[in-house]
Design a protein around this ligand. Structure first.
Ligand code: GDD
Ligand code: MG
Length: 352
């Protein structure tokens, strides 16, 4: 699992929390993925990391809590998506999955493994179809699935297809021979295009119509929650109200669907929801209105404050009567003054 990216587009959330530890319904996204791997029968997971790795290693340790064997390899400087694999070559002894650490999907890994075996290529790439391929890797293949071109981040009007690299690969160990050692290498811009050009053992496309989203920016992160609430991405939530704190929140405050963490204190005449997540230990005071918003742990919202479509990182404090407008992202420990207005799409980090 590639977990070394800096999560730039999710700042200020990722100033303290590396992207894989960003929660989906209060559980680090990486934990959800690791549980999926375990369910698919995978037990050994290598994690090339580099950006805020302690947040990852201290949470998961050796992985035994999840029934996995985890090994971390910390990069002193980022080695890129292929360099990260070359760097752990000695730990890889057979065909292996590679997962981008920010992809949230319902892909069936066992089915992909079967497909890979039946094709016998040097690698298989999971593809999905999107409306706009420009932020992704566009992948062209023939009817048999053989990949013919891979274009990373094509200009919007020049994408050759709307099928994109969905960030899950199944590779034979031989792919590692194509990656130069000792420098940063991009699998998307160098390794895949070179392999394709060489015309040696083919790479195959495995296109599915699974649920899929790259959590790399606030809009996508927010949409992922909406999709879980609506059951588009099935996580088995109880409709209307879920979460370990669902019995403790006053019914008068709930506008479904909502997800409530542990030990929250919510005033009976506050409004929480729809499409809202409260982390653990949040306090929502009287008259506060929180709609379409994601609050992490320990967030305090004072009386009569209003949040709509906001993301608020841990321990932030929203003063009385403040208004947080659509698309705003508030960082860890940030203090929003009473009566302040945080404008649409603003990014607010704590002063340190
Ligand atoms: N260890 C390590 N070292 N990991 C890295 C490094 C690095 O130097 N650089 C990036 N990563 C990790 C990121 O943490 C992330 O999990 C993954 O590699 C992909 O990086 P992103 O920065 O998220 O790339 P992207 O979203 O712009 O594009 C990639 O994903 C798309 C699908 O979501 C590409 O693979 C595209 O082709 C693909 O369509
Ligand atoms: Mg990404």
């Amino acid at each position: 699992m590639l977990v070394g990216g800096e999560g730039t587009r999710l700042r200020p959330l990722t100033l303290e929390t590396p992207k894989p530890m960003v929660p989906i319904m209060n559980m680090p996204f990486l934990e959800r993925t690791l549980r999926r791997l375990k369910e698919a029968g995978i037990e050994d997971v290598l994690l090339p990391a580099g950006y805020l790795p302690d947040a990852i290693t201290s949470y998961f340790g050796d992985g035994s809590r999840l029934g996995l064997r985890l090994q971390y390899v910390i990069e002193e400087s980022p080695l890129g998506t292929a360099g990260a694999l070359k760097n752990i070559e000695r730990l890889i002894d057979g065909p292996f999955f590679v997962l981008n650490g920010d992809v949230f999907t319902s892909l069936d890994l066992r089915a992909m493994l079967e497909f890979h075996r039946s094709k016998g290529g040097i690698g298989t790439l999971h593809l999905i179809r999107v409306d706009d391929p420009s932020p992704f890797g566009a992948v062209v293949h023939d009817e048999d699935g053989r990949i013919q071109t891979f274009v990373e981040k094509p200009p919007r009007d020049q994408a050759p297809t709307n099928e994109i690299n969905a960030g899950t690969y199944l590779l034979e160990r031989e792919v590692l021979d194509w990656i130069p050692a000792g420098r940063a290498v991009s699998i998307e811009r160098e390794t895949f295009p070179e392999l394709i050009r060489s015309g040696e053992r083919p790479l195959y496309a495995y296109t599915t119509d699974d649920y899929w989203i790259d959590l790399g920016n606030p809009e996508a992160y927010m949409s992922a929650h909406r999709h879980v609430f609506d059951g588009v991405m099935p996580l088995g939530l109880t409709p209307e109200i879920d979460g370990p704190g669902r019995e403790t929140i006053p019914a008068s405050a709930v506008r479904p669907p909502v997800f409530v963490g542990r030990n929250c204190r919510v005033a009976p005449d506050a409004v929480v929801g729809p499409y809202t997540v409260l982390g653990d230990d949040c306090t929502i005071a009287t008259g506060a209105v929180i709609a379409d918003s994601l609050l992490w742990d320990g967030v305090v919202v004072e009386r009569d404050a209003q949040l709509s479509w906001a993301i608020v990182a841990s321990r932030a404090h929203i003063g009385a009567g403040a208004r947080i407008d659509h698309g705003a992202v508030i960082g860890h420990d940030a203090q929003i003054a009473p009566g302040a207005i945080v404008e649409e799409n603003a990014r607010v980090a704590a002063e340190r």
